[in-house]
Structures are given as C-alpha cells and as structure tokens.
Write a protein that binds this ligand. Structure first.
Ligand code: NDP
Length: 328
C-alpha cells in the first residue's frame, strides 16, 4: 500500500490541532480517480481551516487544501487515464473531502478538469481557486453588460490572491483598474500586474455616507464589511460590484440608496460548486488571457514542509499574490 505525507487537521472536544502525518492509500476517502499531487496552493480558506478561525472544515479528520494539480495514477472514468494532468478547485475538496495538502488524493472525476496544454501544473495552481474566483467575477460583470468604456474598475484586497488575478484580468480586458490595498509597499507590484491607480485601504475602512461621489463603473470586492459598503456608495449609475470575499468581515453595513437611486447591482460570486462547463471555460480563458510571465509574477513556490507555517500567515494578511506548494 502506498504511503505518503499529508497535513491533517484533527478536532476533539478540547483540542483543534494540525500537523504533518504519514498516511497510506487505504486512509483516503472514496473516489473514482487517484492522483499523485504535484502542486497545491494556499487560499485564505485553507488558512481558516488550519487555524480553526473559520468554520471551513465539515468533517474531521481532514486534509486541507482546496486546490490541487496532479497526475492521474488510476481512473475508473473514461475521460481520465493514467498520466493525465488534472486540477481540482473547490467542490468541497479540503472541506468535506480530503484535499491537496498531501502527496496523494482520491477524488470524484466530477470535480476534475484536464489542464489546458498552455498551462503547467505550477501555473494552474498559481491560478487555482483564487484565479477562478476572479474570472467568475469578471464574467459576472460582463454578463451584467459592463465593458471598459463604462469607466474605472475597482478591486479591493488587491495584493491578495483573488485581488491580484482580478487586477490582472480586468486590465487585460481593457479596464482602467484602481487597486485598493493596505500594503503601500505593494504599489509597484500592483502596477506591474495592471493597476493604473493605487487607493489606500484606510480610505474605505470607516463608515461613509450612503451616497458618495460616483467613481467606479465596476468593482470586484474580496473584503466585504464597510469596504464593500463604501465601494457601493461610490459606484456610478448602472454600475455593478461583484462580491466574493470577507477578509474584512461577514457583515454588510450598507444602505439601499445605491441600489434604488443609482441602479447599482451587487453580484454575488461563489466558486465552490462543480459547474464543470463554466470551469472549463474559465480555465480556457485564463490560459488565453494571461501571459505565463504575468502568472509567474504573482507566484511564490514553497516546499511542502513550509505549507503549514505559510497557511497560518495568510489569515493575518501577510501573503502577496499566490503561494504555491510543490510536493516532494
Ligand atoms: P488573501 O489573503 O490572499 O488576500 C486577501 C487580501 O485582502 C490581503 O492580501 C490584503 O490585501 C487584504 N486584506 C487582508 N486583511 C484585510 C482586512 N482586515 N481588511 C481589508 N483588507 C484586508 O486571500 P484570497 O485572495 O485567497 O481570498 C480573498 C477573499 O476571497 C477571502 O475572504 C476568501 O475567503 C474569499 N474567497 C471566496 C471565494 C468564493 O467562492 N466566493 C473563493 C476564493 C476566495 P491588501 O494588503 O492589498 O489590502
């Protein structure tokens, strides 16, 4: 039986603990495709799962890691064969089903997408759930009828994983992008990936008027809370904001004024459910829209033995872009 290294979260009535452990294939959960995990990546959600700061994990024990790229070693599904490179993002992986922070995984083929040839597994993990979420946000704004001619697009949490991809994808689509960041030192990085303006996080952190000067035609918000309320208040007539995150809070202390007096739309975006056709389209668009060098500019690759420490750091906002884990 193949043995492998994994990060495992355990919970008892007194204790919530996470550590590296040795496991075997016999410990894996049910599934019809087995993979050797090549790369994973650290998402904010993984930080919440590992620290126990958010109710992410839905069964214990759990191997975290909502993203993985791997090579198929066994498949009961006609669409996958040994040797294929596949990716899984979301779909309950790392929450209800053992995830990517392990050298081996057994998954449902329903959650897997074959990687487009243009993307390497490491670049696919740089994209991961963060990049997919960003592209789902861009698609939601486009489906609402918005295009760069409408004006300025704003992105909050801009130097984070979702934020970085949102900035790059909007800029690539022709938008002039304003990046809201709490990290002044990341201004050069944000300009390099496509931001035209840098806005200070503190200017959006205090409660403001229900209707403020109209600045933005479109927005992608990863922060929630007062920041999202202020973005909505500064969104122009018929503009829209795609909301996907909550690093600044789960609440939304907002007024209905932007909705009923300016026709502003709030578009909810989630990337967890399978919806395979949408995922395949999103991967294809990422492969064509983003240059490999742009993806690499957002990525730091770390060895698996640093994954635990860096996952704890993401919940304190101490990560720029995407941290990709290379499996031994
Ligand atoms: P990151 O930690 O990589 O990025 C978050 C960024 O937000 C930070 O880099 C920082 O950017 C900013 N930030 C951090 N703390 C605060 C704060 N207290 N107030 C305001 N800004 C803050 O996380 P991800 O990009 O992986 O995820 C971002 C959010 O999106 C999370 O809430 C996550 O759960 C959510 N998400 C939702 C998904 C969905 O399906 N809806 C899928 C994926 C993620 P800066 O320093 O530039 O301000």
């Amino acid at each position: 039986m193949t043995s492998f290294r994994a990060i495992r979260i355990e919970k008892s009535s007194e204790n919530y603990s996470t550590d590296y452990v040795d496991m075997t294939d016999g410990d894996l959960m049910a599934g019809d495709v087995e993979v050797d995990v090549l790369f994973s990546a650290i998402n904010y959600k993984d930080g919440l799962a590992i620290t126990g700061k958010g109710p992410v994990v839905r069964r214990f024990p759990m191997i975290p890691g909502v993203d993985l790229a791997g090579r198929v070693t066994r498949s009961e599904r006609a669409e996958f064969a040994p040797g294929d490179i596949v990716v899984a993002t979301g779909c309950g992986v790392g929450e209800a089903h053992y995830g990517g922070f392990a050298q081996r995984a057994r998954l449902s083929g329903d959650w897997l997408v074959k990687l487009p040839d243009a993307l390497s597994p490491a670049r696919a993990m740089t994209v991961g759930t963060a990049g997919l979420t960003a592209i789902f946000c861009v698609l939601a704004l486009e489906a609402h009828g918005l295009s760069p001619a409408a004006g300025l697009a704003v992105v909050s949490g801009a130097s984070g994983g979702v934020g970085s991809f949102a900035v790059a994808l909007l800029a690539k689509a022709g938008w002039r992008v304003a990046a809201i960041t709490g990290s002044a030192r990341e201004a050069d990085y944000l300009r390099a990936i496509g931001a035209a303006e840098i806005l200070a996080r503190e200017d959006f952190s205090a409660p403001g008027k229900a209707l403020q000067t109209q600045r933005f035609a479109a927005g992608i918000d990863t922060v929630g809370g007062v920041t999202l309320a202020n973005i909505l208040s500064q969104t122009q007539f018929d503009g829209a904001v795609a909301a996907c995150g909550n690093v600044g809070g789960m609440d939304l202390p907002a007024s209905v004024a932007p909705f009923i007096l300016r026709g502003v739309a709030l578009l909810g975006v989630e990337s967890v459910r399978p919806r395979l056709a949408l995922r395949r389209d999103a991967w294809a668009r990422i492969a064509t829209d983003l240059d490999p060098e742009m993806i690499d500019a957002m990525c730091e690759v770390i060895p698996f033995d640093q994954a635990l420490e860096r996952s704890r750091a993401i919940v304190t906002g101490k990560i720029r872009g995407r941290v990709v884990i290379e499996m031994p």
